[in-house]
Design a protein around this ligand. Structure first.
Ligand code: GLU
Length: 481
């Protein structure tokens, strides 16, 4: 059987990283088996679902490179792929169930339901109420009057399944009330919409969070009522924060697009999320192709993974540095732009500067920060106040002027020549290298940390190096406040 899996987000907000992990495992499974990955938008909550939210989900999925074979924008043989466009189908299936005696029209008003609830609670407390509709066995209703459609839940027996991750799960049917399939306004309830969609979209495996375990028996009862073979189910444990509570904004960024805007690369985030709940020996770093080749359900943990920002950053930094410098130049350009720096992505100086700078960077934003002073006009170069105070006092003015003099003589203007000239002078004059390198670094970059001094000079080029050293000498003579 061809593998068909789906991701079914509700467009009621941003795409949460926990949701992405569900989407990722489904996608990996589909890609591993040459199957289909379906994107279905569950937008029946009219108040909270918006086209903007749907767009955010699509943008996030695209940025991550989790491509879908069928979905609202690309179509497919089992569409439409937005629930609000499938109303006729829900009606059709509700009628089929009514005709088969498996569902019925219920004309009970909310007042009647409330009254029954109040009577139950007065006797038994506020737990365990299940509405018993007087319409379950009546056939004298008038279908032109407002009514909901309810499922006729079998009074006895159990419904169970062998969960791919949890093993056998069983729930007694008497635990379920005659649940609503369609509201009086024709909107399907989640369990019914999900069932009709998974059935008609020929889904073979449903992957979702374990908060949906409570829904699965009702969905399975519907398959049974239709004599249809259900898909398999894999219920994933929640992603937790470091404190063991459900991962939320209090712990870390949780919206995928926030990671994009922070300068993460998609493979870093995906690799981390894949490992948060799945393992392959001790391996931490995976390419996308490796994940596709290796992902399996046997190694998905049954307990919730805790989000660990340090680990995420470690994995992320690794994937950032795995890009070629030319590709990083393209990726970092918008982040430089956000800092007011415009450099063409193919500027050879940019590509060369990336080599040493990326060694200290975790994200594209870090990379832009580390590249900043190479491309900034001298006038807007900012000096770290502590560095300036510590390393650029009046005593250093002469050193900086001497460095400018030596740098002017360097031909060619490259790291080796500069090292030869400056190194010889340092040795001859007996001055401590630290007292030369740190003032020079602050004068050239504004900072106390940068790639090697000579490499930095070479990358800045002769003109900028001389200007900044001389400007540094002037600043050194003007005491910092
Ligand atoms: N729209 C549901 C959600 O976002 C989908 C649940 C499912 O995958 O069945 O939680």
């Amino acid at each position: 059987m061809t593998v068909r899996v789906r991701f079914a987000p509700s467009p009621t907000g941003y795409l949460h990283v926990g949701g992405v992990r569900t989407a990722l495992y489904s996608w990996l499974w589909a890609r591993r088996h040459g199957g289909s990955f379906v994107l279905r938008i569950e937008d029946t909550d009219a108040k909270r679902s918006t086209p903007e939210n749907e767009q955010v989900i699509l943008d996030a999925m695209r940025w991550l490179g989790l491509d879908w074979d069928e979905g609202p924008d690309v179509g497919g043989d089992h569409g439409p792929y937005r629930q609000t466009e499938r109303m006729a189908l829900y009606r059709e299936y509700a009628e089929k169930l009514i005709a088969a005696g498996k569902a019925y029209r219920c004309y009970a008003t909310s007042e009647e339901i409330q009254a029954q609830r109040a009577a139950f609670e007065a006797e038994h407390g506020n737990k365990g109420f299940r509405f018993r509709s007087p319409w379950r066995d009546r056939t004298d209703g008038d279908p032109s009057q407002p009514h909901s459609v309810r499922f006729k839940t079998p009074a006895d027996g159990v419904m169970g399944w062998n969960d791919v991750l949890r093993g056998p799960i069983e729930v007694a049917n008497k635990e379920q009330q005659d649940f609503v399939l369609l509201r009086p306004n024709g909107l399907p309830l989640y369990n019914f919409g999900c069932f009709v969609d998974d059935l008609t979209m020929k889904i073979t495996l449903v992957v979702r969070g374990d908060d949906h375990i409570v829904n699965t028996p009702q969905q399975l009862l519907l398959y049974q009522a239709m004599d249809a073979e259900p898909p398999r189910f894999a219920h994933l444990p929640m992603v937790l924060g470091p404190d063991g509570k459900k991962l939320s904004k209090r712990h870390a960024a949780v919206s995928v697009l926030e990671y994009r805007d922070l300068g993460y690369v998609p493979d870093g985030l995906l690799n981390y999320l894949a490992r948060l709940g799945w393992s392959h020996g001790d391996q931490e770093i995976f390419t996308r192709d490796e994940l596709i080749a290796l992902f399996d359900w046997d190694h998905v943990g049954k307990t919730a993974g805790r989000y660990d920002l340090k680990k995420l950053e470690h994995v992320q930094g690794h994937h950032l540095r795995a890009h070629t410098d030319a590709r990083l130049a393209e990726l970092v350009a918008p982040f430089l732009g956000a800092r007011g720096i415009t450099v063409p992505a193919d500027d050879p100086r940019l590509v060369r500067a990336i080599g040493p700078v990326k060694l200290r960077a975790t994200t594209l934003a870090d990379l832009a920060e580390g590249l900043d002073y190479f491309f900034r006009e001298d006038e807007s170069l900012e000096y770290d106040p502590k560095g300036r105070k510590k390393f650029m006092g009046p005593d250093q003015a002469v050193t900086l002027e001497k460095l400018a003099e030596l740098a002017e003589q360097a031909t060619p203007f490259d790291a080796a020549t500069l090292e030869g000239l400056i190194g010889a002078w340092v040795e001859e004059s007996g001055i401590k290298m630290k007292l030369v390198a740190q003032p020079a670094r602050v004068a050239l970059t504004g900072r106390t940390a940068s790639p090697g001094l000579y490499e930095t000079m070479e990358l800045l080029g002769r003109e900028t190096t001389l200007r900044r050293l001389r400007r540094g000498a002037e600043l050194a003579r003007t005491p910092a406040e």
